[in-house]
Design a protein around this ligand. Sequence first.
Ligand code: GLC
Ligand code: CA
Length: 519
Amino acid sequence: MGATGKQPEWLDDAVFYEIYPQSFLDSNSDGIGDINGITQKLDYIKELGCNAIWINPCFTSPFGDAGYDVEDYYSVAPRYGTNEDLARLFAEAHQREMHVLLDLVPGHTAVTHKWFKESMKAQKNEYTDRYIWTDSVWEEPQGMGCIRGISDRDGACVVNFFSHQPALNYGYYEQKCPWQQSMDDEGPKATLEAMKDVMRFWLKMGCDGFRVDMAGSLVKNDPEGKGNILLWQNIRTFLNEEFPKAAMVSEWGEPDKSLQGGFHMDFLLHFGPSHYNDLFRCEEPFFSSRGKGDISAFVEKYRENYEKSERKGLICIPSGNHDMDRLARTIKGDELKIAFAFLLSMPGAPFIYYGDEIGMRYVEGLTSVEGGYNRTGSRSPMQWNDGLNAGFSTAAAEKLYIAQDSVADRPTVFAQMEDKNSLYHEIQKLIKIRRAHPALLNKGEIEFVYAKKDTYPFAYVRSSGDERILVVLNPSDKKVSFPYEGVLGENIYQFGRDVTGDGTTVNVDARTAAFITLN
Ligand code: GLC
Ligand code: CA
């Protein structure tokens, strides 16, 4: 039986803000965002309504994949500051009743990691089996990339993502070649213990948990995820014993599996079976005013996951992240506001990607920075105000980590705070309403009322105890209706125009969203 973690209470009303540290705020004018920059902006994040943050990897790295290639799990990358700066960030966050998740990258390291350097040696040593190696340099692992020809050791090393990210060895669930070890072999067991040590180190320092990179792919040859579920249950047992309050969110994309593994939360992602892309990122997204999208496949899959997960944990729908196109690349204006009315009224903990709260655009035409490729346009520095480099940094513009959006009317925090009709204010309002109504909070129930193929609007009821709230979303530019028997109560949130009910039908104006209490 699996070790499920008791949900830390703070997750009940957590609204997360994802920070890409190199692009948030540069506090020492070197053109790169840093930890002290984040600390300076905690009040901003809190004022928006977010009470938790997830910081992308901020550890020492050659930055071939923007820090997802860790060279030393135990030190903050000098360009971001020091371990002391990070400890101070934890403390400052806690003073504001906020929580901080770090990004754990347990699947692979950089080639410059000392474990890998040892593992490449011909002589057997403590790290020989820390990574997955075939028995001969001429034997390539089938179906996976590898590094070969750069070590004295005779073998090819499996890689996970880019060809410079050697895969740590957690074993194979089904072993098909002699070099594939089982989860119970010494090497894989030692890797797992080493990763627990890493977690211990940061949790002791005050970190509140982790977002886990590629969490469902540590154990190889594991088509049904059984090995990976076992592995994470093992980690959950360790956390339950030593850090019962540590919160864990997985980049897995299959909540039925990850929640069994003891994760408290899993993301719906741009890959995997969730139909998340149908919402905002496809040719005809549901949240486009063209009204040609389809919500039904998303809802069907969501419902399936929701039932399978038996309320063991939270399914989180992010506004975006550092790997996807910016939300504002495909939808705009009112569409963004209605999209956030959705994101902030669904169960699970919402995750807002930095800058999405002001509708930051995808910066077109950038050359890849640090392994970003097409993702680079979603990683440009935050736009705070009308000052130099939009207030991100006082370095010369050409020294910035990534070039900023150069469009004259680029959105900024300052301008949106001044404008009471801005996306920023809409999001702030939505979070306040969410917090004031348990039915809308992370663990409130959901029942879908209207989610038909190729049809608008989309409607669902959120509930908790006696409170029931009908959410109606019509991003399309047509007036629509749906059958609904029941008396509508008070509108606790209204965007756009009217939503009216006559006891059998609900009519919804174009580009309109509303949350309505039910008796
Ligand atoms: C995850 C990260 C991504 C990274 C990859 C390899 O998908 O989100 O940014 O490149 O894993 O670590
Ligand atoms: Ca800096």
